[in-house]
Design a protein around this ligand. Structure first.
Ligand SMILES: [Zn+2]
Length: 214
């Protein structure tokens, strides 16, 4: 019985490493799969992990239609038993529904990896749809830690080290001269307090005075 599984976790929790491990396990069992990702740190058409592993992958864009892509491959005799999808939070709800059809109509296993909420603690579109329709949701248990030592559960976006709570949902890397954009995982308390490792090191400076001093 094919199934759609959503593996969710915070940033840096080892999702890509697990995605690569899962691909290896299925390949070793003689199965044939496809890997899809989007905005990978190693560049287009790559799936990489922080531990240094890297493989070629299909790049997902807003135009990607998973159903059409897999159907075309099967028509040309390519065997597709499973899909591994990284950065699935970026997919549209419609793309997730295409994955559901691949599971139910073609019997293909779909393993989607993604983070659930963005830097404003709001669900990403792809993650919300996956949570609505997945057969199973697995919360990844590799622990990431806030600077304070508590379990990190929330993703923060920082600009020059200062946490921000407004802006476009998806910003990868630089915003073009407006300061360096980065991401940091925090515990809920420090996410709500907007206290990053950087601002914790300068406790006498509130985020606002830091912004004013720029
Ligand atoms: Zn904390």
């Amino acid at each position: 019985m094919a199934e759609l599984v959503f593996f969710s976790g915070t940033m840096d929790c080892g999702k890509s490493t697990l995605a690569l491990q899962m691909d290896y396990n299925h390949r070793a069992a003689g199965r044939h799969g496809l890997i899809y990702t989007q905005n990978d740190r190693a560049g287009e058409k790559q799936l990489s992990s922080r531990l240094g592993l890297q493989v070629g992958a299909e790049e997902v864009t807003a135009e990607t239609n998973f159903w059409d892509d897999v159907a075309a491959r099967r028509t040309h005799g390519e065997r597709v038993d499973y899909l591994i999808l990284d950065e699935a939070q970026f997919y549209s709800a419609a793309q997730v529904d295409q994955l559901v059809m691949l599971v139910d109509e073609m019997g293909i296993d779909v393993f989607a990896f993604g983070i659930t909420t963005d830097f404003r603690t709001k669900l990403f579109e792809g993650s919300a749809r996956l949570m609505e329709v997945a057969d199973r949701i697995e919360r990844l248990q590799v622990e990431t830690l806030c600077w304070c030592g508590r379990r990190a559960t929330h993703n923060a976006r920082t600009v020059d080290g200062v946490m921000v709570t407004e802006g476009d949902q998806v910003v990868v890397g630089d915003t073009g001269g407006k300061g360096e954009v980065a991401y940091e995982v925090l515990c809920r308390k420090h996410h709500f307090q907007r206290m990053t490792a950087f601002s914790a090191r300068a406790p006498e400076l509130s985020p606002q005075t830091l912004i004013d001093s720029l």
